[in-house]
Ligand binder design. Structure first.
Ligand code: NAP
Length: 268
């Protein structure tokens, strides 16, 4: 029986998607095929995903007219693998490969192919990521729904146009790194105030997770939530004034602009 989806490159990102799809019952294990090059990766995948087909190459997978593919290899492998996908008859592809345009992927196929390019971030690895996706030249609304149903299994999917992918690559792609830097600095700040590292870590990490959940679940704007903890002339106001003096807000604007510009350069 032809498989419903083949994940080409079942590494960190590919296997996180496989896990999310099986958890969401998007497909039965037997309808999924995973491709990885090394014997070690394949045997780890076989233990982790019982009933799922694990293969060394796309050429040995049974591909039908409805079989879609997720492209999740490293960027340097992506075009070669896409040419192979075209040769075996794949006509619908969701790519998570950073920096590779849909036009470049389309160019690897012998005929029209529906390519959806996406930019996930690392919380996808625990099913709580956010991914922006954009359709290529031959994509229909059905294709976008299909891609969204896959990405939705590992978090939230947001539709953008492809020209916004560089902005996404500057914002939500590196966002975990931006936030971890803030977390690191705050843990250190607690230690400087005499807290043990363990206590400081718990206070910062749990405040971080709780504040994120409050922001998401309350639906309130960050300005309102910040005002709620900022009494006039109080302690939070004193701390925030120092952050404004150090231009933290401007630093984030510049960081996102620099990362987006780097994404544009790499894509050229
Ligand atoms: N990880 C992230 O947080 C993240 C975030 C955004 C985007 N991405 C994108 O996701 C893609 C994958 O990243 P990753 O971190 O998941 O990499 P990874 O863990 O190295 O996984 C890549 C997988 O591809 C397999 N592979 C390599 N060459 C292949 C080929 N020619 N044919 C079939 N399979 C092949 C590898 O097999 P072996 O294990 O046997 O070598 C490995 O399982 C990248 O393009 C990256 O830009 C990743």
């Amino acid at each position: 029986m032809a498989c419903k989806l083949v994940i080409i490159g079942a590494g960190r990102m590919g296997s996180a998607l496989a896990e999310g799809l099986l958890r969401a019952k998007w497909c039965e294990p037997g309808e999924l095929a995973l491709i990885a090059r090394s014997v070690e990766t394949r045997s780890a995948l076989e233990s982790r995903f019982p009933g799922v087909g694990v293969f060394a190459s796309l050429e040995v997978v049974e591909i039908g007219e409805q079989t879609g593919a997720v492209l999740a290899v490293k960027p340097d492998q992506a075009e070669g693998v896409s040419r192979l996908a075209g040769a075996v008859g794949i006509t619908r592809v969701l790519s998570v490969v950073a920096g590779l345009s849909s036009a470049r992927i389309e160019g690897c196929f012998p005929g029209p192919v529906a390519v959806i390019r996406s930019m996930p971030n690392t919380p996808v690895l625990i099913g709580q990521g956010v991914t922006a996706m954009a359709g290529g030249a031959h994509v229909t609304s059905d294709d976008l729904d299909w891609a969204e149903s896959i990405l939705g299994a590992v978090g939230t999917a947001v539709r953008v146009t492809e020209r916004n992918i560089d902005a996404v690559t500057g914002l939500s792609g590196p966002m975990p790194a931006y936030l971890y830097l803030v977390v690191e600095a705050l843990i250190e700040a607690g230690v400087h105030q005499g807290l043990s590292r363990d206590v400081s870590r718990t206070l910062v990490v749990d405040s971080f997770a709780g504040s994120g959940a409050l922001l998401k679940e309350s639906g309130e704007s960050p300005e309102v939530l910040r005002a709620q903890v900022t009494s006039p002339g109080g302690t939070t106001a004193a701390g925030l004034r120092v952050l404004e003096q150090h231009a933290v807000r401007a630093a984030f604007l510049d960081a996102v602009a620099a990362a987006a510009e780097r994404s544009r350069q790499l894509g050229r």
